[in-house]
Write a protein that binds this ligand. Structure first.
Ligand code: CMC
Length: 429
């Protein structure tokens, strides 16, 4: 017999269907709640709300599990390339050799940016944040490449999705070069996806960039770890904005904007700023921990805590190992890594952090890895965005093909004034 949940309101009993996911997760189906009872649910921040059914990413926050299309992220970080992951997320299976060759060919064919877009870049005021530029430029792609667009699944979806994956990488590197006033470096067909990005970022006509395979590998892992994370803030934004049947580019641009916030992807920049502040001003770590615990202080320990993970974020474990590896390869020391490790040691044994299940998340060590690669701090969240792009695209694609699709339109509990009359200006006191 199908499982049901019983809800009793004012002595009247309602049976609500229970849905079960492939990993045994349960949800009470309340789709008919309002029409049958007159009640809505109240869940600010959607912590208890399943907004969709999805077959893309599985997370178990209690056990620290993350899988893309069923495959553990640890295996993918060890063996796969980011291009394979993009294919896996968007298409549901790992590519065969032929599919991979074709994917690489499309990524190369679509890597250039319309020359008129350069003018756009030049018009941004100096000092504009690269996330600001990226979200505008992604939206602008709709105007420059109208042939790729269709609000329903496009005629050639593979081409549309991969061209976006390719162009966003080029846009990101261009925005960095232009922000510095340097010559833009074009993509090269002989380089892998990750090496190509590094080359566009750091090559120059007067000083060729020497591609280091260990840095390329580290970037590959960094992007794999960020590729999808089920219904997080930016992905939910992509789905909500996309639910109005807006084009793919505008939906993704909304995702980029949502990611920018310091509580979400912007945390990687905020962590480095926090660690730098501690380092440069010699702030005792106990003071930082006390500030994070104080209910009178809005400060939070950046890079700690997660809505879903109530244990160590599996991505943070890999990122921490990578930070050690990449710094030891260059025989470099980063005082921020030592501060981060000491902060972690104090926090994970502190009763406040233990009771609140607050552990390092992916952003705690990722900035240290990016610094070691030479990526400037204001580009950190852009790096997250490039990684998350295949996830956003796959989630958007799944949502527009969902037979249960409806425009996203939550309800509210109204707490304002009851009806009252308009008062003419002369009679107002
Ligand atoms: N430092 C101190 N206290 C914290 C922190 C923190 N980093 N995070 C949560 N808390 C406390 C919070 O004060 C609250 O305490 P109490 O119940 O006593 O009032 C409790 O933990 C629950 O917090 P919440 O804000 O209700 O939790 P949430 O699930 O809504 O927020 C979060 C999740 C990630 C926004 C939050 O943990 C946070 O602000 N962390 C710092 C920012 C950060 O590192 N963000 C990156 C997240 S991972 C990358 C991504 O996917 O975006």
């Amino acid at each position: 017999m199908d499982e049901t949940a019983k809800l009793i309101i004012d002595g009247v009993s309602y049976d609500l269907p229970v849905l079960t996911g492939t990993e045994g997760d349960k949800a009470i189906d309340i789709r008919k709640l309002l029409s049958s009872t007159g009640y809505i649910t109240y869940d600010p921040g959607f912590g208890n709300t399943g907004s969709c059914a999805s077959s893309i990413t599985y997370m178990d926050g209690e056990r620290g599990i993350l899988r893309y299309r069923g495959i553990p992220v640890e295996q993918l970080a060890e063996y796969a390339t980011f291009v394979e992951i993009a294919y896996l997320l968007i298409n549901g299976h790992l590519p065969t050799q032929d599919e991979l060759n074709r994917t690489r060919m499309i990524l190369n064919d679509t890597s250039m940016i319309h020359e008129s877009m350069h003018v756009f870049f030049q018009a941004f005021p100096r000092g504009s944040h690269p996330m600001n530029i990226l979200s505008s430029m992604v939206n602008a792609l709709r105007g420059f490449y109208p042939e790729l667009y269709d609000h329903d699944d496009p005629a050639n979806p593979e081409y549309t999705y991969l061209s976006l994956v390719s162009k966003v990488r080029t846009l990101a590197a261009m925005s960095y070069k232009i922000s510095k006033g340097d010559k833009v470096i074009y993509p090269r067909h002989d380089l892998s996806y990750c090496a190509n990005f590094l080359n566009m970022m750091f090559d120059s006509p007067v000083k060729p960039y020497i591609i280091d395979e260990d840095i390329v590998k580290a970037l590959n892992v960094f992007w794999i770890l960020h590729a999808d994370h089920e219904q997080n803030c930016s992905t939910a934004a992509v789905r909500v904005v996309g639910s109005g049947k807006v084009n793919l580019y505008s939906a993704i641009s909304a995702g980029v904007s949502a990611l920018w916030g310091p509580l979400h992807g912007g945390a990687n920049q905020a962590v480095i700023e926090m660690l730098t502040d501690i380092h440069e001003n010699g702030i005792p770590l106990e003071t930082i921990i006390a500030k994070a615990k104080s209910k009178k202080d809005p400060f939070r320990l950046m890079g700690f805590g997660h809505r879903v993970y109530k244990t160590y974020d599996p991505r943070a474990k890999i990122m921490k190992r990578m930070a050690d590896k990449i710094l030891s390869k260059f025989r470099r020391e980063d005082p921020l890594l030592d501060i981060a490790k000491r902060l972690e040691e104090i926090a994970i044994t502190d009763p406040y952090f233990v009771d609140h299940n607050l552990y390092p998340n992916v952003d705690f060590y990722s900035g240290i890895v990016l610094r070691a690669m030479g990526i400037p701090t204001n580009m950190f969240t852009v790096m997250f965005a490039i990684g998350r792009l295949p996830g956003w695209i796959s989630q958007w694609r799944e949502s527009i093909n969902d037979p249960h699709w409806r425009i996203s339109r939550p309800r509210q509990i109204y707490t304002g004034e009851q009806q009252r009359n308009y008062v003419p200006t002369s009679q107002r006191i």
